[in-house]
Design a protein around this ligand. Structure first.
Ligand code: ATR
Length: 263
């Protein structure tokens, strides 16, 4: 039986096992997908298990997407250029790190039917998920990318990876068509963003990487002001879809049952 893992710390709340095991069963694959809470010191051993075939694939989540990199043999173009790995697989006896968050984000935007070409984007947050979003936005040929982070230095540091970033102070609101919450603010229902959107106008897209809760205060405030709102559920589903395809060579179904599974 093949074995797959999602690793992180904390990991209790990860919905990846639910989704992957659902697809594994649907496709009659002899495999199991489990979650494992790990410490940094465990990473080396775990990746060795991929090399010897004891583990067949690993999803990586907070806070290890960058930390795993030194233990891998190869990085794909996407992982290298974001310094972020969320999917590990074996290829030619080498443990390869890849990034499917990029594809997850890109596909979720495509499904929202919001045309990004020549549009201005404003990213809130410069944490783990930000490089994947920026990489995807550049692929989609947006016009300008503004970014702010409570700790401004972290946003400035991202310029080492992406030269075209425009860093603004937390609290400043530049002119945008799409705004993305890439912070962890909103994971708790009571979380409120101390930003003033009252003068931004209408018909923008508010996108939150968070999908649980379904509607963060950020998304609600966008909607209340006459904008569209999209949460991170499709991004989550499509990053898993891409990992599943890499590991099993099968494109799993995405349907109502899948959406319900994650509610
Ligand atoms: P990490 O910062 O370790 O990469 P993350 O979960 O990937 O962790 O990112 C958390 C993001 O949410 C960061 O952008 C963080 O801002 P800081 O870099 O200043 O910590 C942001 N964040 C978390 N709590 C916040 C708050 N109360 N207000 C504004 N931003 C917040």
């Amino acid at each position: 039986m093949k074995k797959f893992l999602v690793i992180g710390n904390p990991i209790e709340h990860s919905l990846s096992p639910k989704l992957h095991n659902y697809w594994i069963k649907k496709n009659n694959i002899n495999a199991i997908y489990e979650k494992q809470n790990v410490d940094k010191k465990d990473l080396k051993d775990l990746i060795s298990k991929v090399r010897v075939g004891e583990v067949d694939g690993i999803n990586v989540t907070v806070p290890f997407k960058k930390t795993v990199i030194p233990y891998l043999d190869e990085l794909t173009y996407e992982a290298k250029n974001t310094q972020s790995v969320n999917t590990i697989y074996l290829n030619n006896k080498k443990a390869v790190g890849h990034n499917t968050d990029i594809n997850g984000f890109e596909t979720s935007i495509q499904k929202s039917k919001f045309n990004l070409q020549n549009k201005n984007v404003f990213i809130l947050g410069a944490g783990g998920v930000a490089p994947s979003i920026i990489f995807a936005l550049n692929k989609m040929k947006v016009s300008k990318i503004y970014i702010c982070n409570r700790t401004k230095e972290k946003a400035e540091n991202l310029k080492n990876l992406f030269k075209n970033l425009n860093v603004v102070d937390w609290g400043d609101i530049p002119n945008f068509d799409l705004i993305i919450n890439a912070t962890s603010l909103g994971l708790k229902k009571k979380d409120k963003m101390n930003l003033d959107f009252s003068r931004i106008g209408k018909y923008k897209l508010f996108y939150d990487v968070i999908y649980n809760p379904k509607e963060t205060n950020f998304l609600k405030s966008g909607k209340d002001l006459g904008n569209m709102a999209v949460n991170g559920k499709l991004m989550f589903i499509y990053q898993a879809f891409s990992a599943f395809y890499i590991w099993h060579g099968i494109k799993p179904d995405i349907n109502e049952d899948v959406y319900k599974l994650l509610d």
